[in-house]
Design a protein around this ligand. Structure first.
Ligand SMILES: [Zn+2]
Length: 172
């Protein structure tokens, strides 16, 4: 996969936008955590929209929306499953000279209506795929499990009645 890099300051100032799909297998670190050999692997997809802006927070910012479907192994029944991650991030761009106190002040005073703001350093060659990979790695559950009960088929092995339990009752 061709590396996707942007000049993030220019991207914000020109209010550019990229939207694209790609397969998670192209992100090496993320791929290691996925069940990409599974039968659901062909359903694995990452869709993202990256939008630049300089008005909303009164300074250059990026907004990243990631919508992904990733195959993993359920840690309860060890069956494959797909997890859906729908993530939104706002980043303010700053050069590295901004110190933490300044950063907190800007955050407290100027950033309203946003739950969480991250900072990104101004970078003329920011790697977009790497940013997406980092965010997905952070958002991935450490021990993914089925949301509801695991399928009855896969639970049977763990819940088979013990045949000796029946005998025990008879000879009491
Ligand atoms: Zn399960």
């Amino acid at each position: 996969m061709k590396l996707l890099t942007i000049n993030n300051l220019e991207f914000a100032q020109k209010q550019q936008e990229i939207a694209n799909n790609f397969a998670p297998i192209s992100l090496n670190r993320l791929a290691e955590t996925l069940a990409l050999q599974s039968e659901n692997a062909h359903l694995a997809t990452i869709h993202f929209t990256l939008t630049g802006d300089y008005k909303r927070f009164r300074q250059p910012s990026l907004h990243l929306h990631i919508k992904s479907q990733l195959p993993v192994i359920c840690q309860r029944c060890l069956e494959e499953m797909l997890i859906n991650l729908d993530l939104n991030f706002d980043y303010l761009l700053s050069d590295s000279t901004i110190n933490e106190i300044e950063a907190n002040e800007i955050e407290a005073n100027e950033v309203e209506g946003s739950d969480e703001i991250d900072w990104l350093e101004i970078n003329s060659e920011m790697n977009v795929h790497e940013l997406i990979e980092d965010e997905l790695l952070l958002a991935m559950p450490i021990a993914p499990v089925h949301e509801g009960p695991c399928s009855s088929l896969s639970m049977q092995s763990g819940e088979k009645p013990n045949p000796f339990a029946v005998l025990k009752g008879k000879f009491k």
